[in-house]
Ligand binder design. Sequence first.
Ligand SMILES: [Zn+2]
Length: 327
Amino acid sequence: MLVDLKRQPETAFLRDCHSQPLQQTLMDLETAFSNFFAKRAKYPRFKARKITQHSLRFPQGVVVVDERTISVPKIGLMQAIIHRPLMGIAKGATIKQDATGAWWVVFVCHIDRPDVPMTADRPVGIDVGLESFTTLSTGEKTAPPKFYRHSQKKLARAQRKLSRAQKGSNNRLKAKKRVARLHKKISNQRVDWLHKHALGIVRRFDMVCIEDLTIKGLVKTKLAKSFNDAALSTFMQRLQEKAEWHGRRVVKVGRFYASSKTCHVCHSKTALTLADRVWTCPTCCTTHDRDGNAAINILHEGLRLLAVGTTESQNAAGDGVNPAKRW
Ligand SMILES: [Zn+2]
């Protein structure tokens, strides 16, 4: 259909573009539809050519020429700030514009990673949650980052200015960019924090046991703002990537495993409400910190799964791979 569309006068603009990004876009559309039919996503929406955040993907042909130049098919040489040298073989590139108007080039590189033998010498269990972002089985707690809350006043001011500005005016455009820049800053801060937090854990431990949460169910509660802020699912992804990279193991413990209400000393179960932060086991009289106890249980369950040898198959059967991201 693409060839035909290029011939028709109202869609002739497609000819301005290199053929490969167009094909990639169609593949994205296919992914969107298969996600819709598999009930993973909503029905795909149309996006106008003029207002969408621009993005195009080249499976090949984007080349770094020197520290200041890249070469893009059909466009030619372009100035770029290359913030670090490419590793491995560049397989493809995505060129996109963010809401602040800046253009980015993201390379996909294939890298031969040396095989690191996996051990379970230094295992850790992690309980993730709202009050404490992560609680390690060592008892260590990390508070959730609140970058959004910190910038809330500034953001509100910028948004007020935007809503007061006259439609179509230059001032409105400026105000819009200001809001976008603030959002970008918050998201940068969050990403940075998540990367560092995940890396810190992966560096210190060889094996990470973590609860396999369905985040979606939790976000809908009224704690949504701080929870979104904490970005747990992104953290899980980062953790998994970094573990893979450093030859560490991540063991996911099933989400129906009762990690909070089981006493890690005597394994008896107690009914708890979400408000019970500290509780005493009625059977063995041990006083537990809710999250710390859960983390220890997750560690034990993870070690058990590893001993039984079910973790590999569990990983393979997990719903992890998103075709769009795997590209
Ligand atoms: Zn007990």
